[in-house]
Design a protein around this ligand. Structure first.
Ligand code: ATP
Length: 282
């Protein structure tokens, strides 16, 4: 399977707690092409994990549209979502050991993670040894998990996420609690997987050094896409509804409610002019 593309339009998610609604996502517009590697950034509580869980089919959107490959996640029933999770989407939750059976060998961990795809009669399941090879653990098929380094355990967690060779791999904080060496190992393994089998990867991260290494980053702020990054540079994004989320440092100079004149210059640049006479450019 090659990478799956993802498309979210006006995606809303509301958690309903007794008498209270918590709006976690309030209109996310996001397109991810097949084979992209995207880092999801943003302050705590901005909605990153909610978005990851929606992409995994573990939550259903409250409104808006969400598509992963051919799956329309607003329409799939529980059975359809379970099938998608077994065959097409791999999720690696935060903390390597939460993804692993502690007393099983690495190769048995992969076999166990393939059970959903086997039950769904997937014909072309990869050999578990091949999956370990993809993350550089071919020589550790039978090594006890407590003999693996933290970086190796995290790579094994990534391999478990890839066990059924999904088209979309979701990683929640894949490098937290790792030293530099472990972090580099894990990032290199994810880059190899993406290059060799073309899996689309979406990774939540708080680590600025990880974000720097990712080709594309998307910052979630207050439940929406607040910025996009390319090769370490941040850009404001124009949403499908024409709204623009300004970066926090610009918002300090131009608070909500400010009136801005907008001029499209001949050279294609856009000038925003604050109505009180102060000027800013973007
Ligand atoms: N199960 C839940 N029930 C109610 N509210 C929730 C639930 N999970 C998350 N929230 C709320 O939804 C909002 C978004 O949370 P989410 O966990 O998606 O953010 P996050 O960006 O992943 O945060 P962090 O970086 O701290 O993990 C927050 O206001 C959070 O309190």
């Amino acid at each position: 399977m090659t990478g799956l593309d993802v498309s979210a339009h006006g995606l809303v998610h509301i958690y309903r707690l007794e008498g209270n609604d918590v709006v976690a996502l309030s209109g996310v517009d996001l397109d991810i092409a097949s084979g992209e590697v995207v880092g999801l950034l943003g302050p705590s509580g901005s909605g990153k994990s909610t978005l990851l869980n929606l992409l995994a089919g573990l939550l259903q959107p409250s409104a808006g549209r969400l598509r992963v490959g051919d799956h329309d996640l607003t329409r799939l029933d529980e059975k359809g979502l379970a099938r998608m999770r077994a065959l097409d989407v791999g999720i690696v939750v935060q903390g390597a050991m939460r993804n692993l059976l502690p007393y099983a060998s690495p190769v048995d961990n992969i076999r166990f993670a393939q059970r959903g795809a086997r039950a769904a009669k997937r014909q072309d399941l990869p050999d578990p040894h091949e999956v370990l090879d993809l993350v550089g653990l071919a020589d550790h098929a039978r090594t006890s998990l407590d003999q693996l380094s933290p970086g190796q355990r995290q790579r094994l967690a990534v391999a478990v996420g890839l066990a059924a060779r999904p088209g979309l791999l979701l990683l929640d904080e894949p490098t937290s609690q790792l030293d530099h060496e472990g972090r580099d190992e894990v990032l290199a393994a994810v880059e190899d997987v993406n290059r060799i089998i073309g899996t689309t990867v979406v990774a939540v991260t708080h680590d600025p050094e990880v974000a720097q290494r990712l080709r594309r980053t998307v910052t979630i702020r207050d439940g929406r896409v607040g910025a996009e990054g390319r090769r370490g540079e941040d850009f404001a994004v124009v949403g499908r509804d024409g709204s623009i989320a300004l970066p926090p440092d610009i918002l300090e100079a131009v608070p909500p409610g400010s009136l801005l004149r907008v001029h499209l210059e001949e050279d294609g640049s856009v000038r925003l002019i604050l109505d009180d006479g102060a000027e800013g450019e973007s």
